[in-house]
Design a binder for this molecule. Sequence first.
Ligand code: AMP
Length: 421
Amino acid sequence: MAYKSVKGTKDLLPQDTLAWQHVEQVIRTVMESYRYGEIRTPIFEETAVFARGIGEETDIVGKEMYTFVDKGGSSLTLRPEMTAPVIRSYIQHSMGEQSSLNKLYYIGPMFRQERPQAGRFRQFHQFGFECIGQQAPECDAEIIAIAASIYQRLGISYSLKLNSVGDPFCRPRYKEALQDFLRGVYDHLSPESQRRTDTNPMRVLDSKDERDQVATANAPVILDYLSDESRAHFDRTCALLDELGISYTLDPRLVRGLDYYTMTAFEFVSTDLGSQDALGGGGRYDGLVEQLGGKHTPAVGFAAGMERLLIVMEKNGYVFPSSAPSVYLVGMDDASRAWAFRSAIDLRTKGIATELDYAGRSLKAQMREANKLACTFVAIVGESEMAAGQAQVKDMRKGTQESVEFSRLADYFTKDTENAF
Ligand code: AMP
């Protein structure tokens, strides 16, 4: 029987991981410049972390989580997202007591039992960052600026949608107005949205069902209901984005139904992605730390899919850096093969990527292999080279060849910037 990776999961092979490592490196460089520290939490958590942290009413908790009971009888869940684990960890380690502002980022796999389709997987990867401790609009604008900067560096064009979901003081008034409106168009709504009219009316606005979109075209918008505080926060966030030259469109349908979400909500979308067009999104969640058992702490964050980012980069013909220069050592008899084995280890210790033959192949076959592996240099050693203590070094890019003493090989391979490893 031939085993295959589970539906909705993917192997990343060496030819794929080169691109992934490049993207991860760009993310890390940007995060470090904003002085974010990396956090790595376990892949699974107690189920309650997500049920309370994402909300029982959401699709993720309702139907997409990989939840299982372990042998000790605990209900555990493979993480479907990272904000709840990050906040769980923030509370557990009393980070708020050590610093009034904690800036954390992550890159890693997430798990959701969704119907697999283009751009939607069951194990996928997210990068994201959370700024915990302050409510200043500067934090919101900065979170958006970081995401924009990463996309820009990776050559991804995007559009940014922005909204405010208000706060627990103004939202009830809006919800009431929205519910009144939805009851008026009730017969035109999808059954799911009819149900949500009572339970979570704001979610009706981001329904993908065309019936709902038509019926709610003239629904009241939350921006008209913001409290003075939320309005001032939103205006200042917009002004900061304007100053930074980050363009956005206001999207009153960008809503989150849960009470712990507050003020800023945003999403980056790409036209290169088809129906699953969300690159990433985020917003402010001033009520979540409290929801998970900590002290009231304002926070804002962002999460994005890695696979979708790579899909867009490949579509755009992004030129990923090729692998570092490398050396292939060719031995032709027992003595020179033994030399090749010793020297390969010596060169690798000096940081030079080195290949050699383990199969006793002929000179010709080794040269073919070096070519196939796209090695930058080939050093050939036979009986006479062993006697002279020199290798014949071929520069595969230039097609030139010269003799180089064994003791000078490492220097030779790294001698100028062109050869630099
Ligand atoms: P969310 O946590 O649902 O807001 O998702 C944040 C981002 O993660 C999305 O914008 C996508 O880029 C990505 N994402 C979410 N779910 C999946 C999935 N099943 N497969 C691939 N990427 C996903």
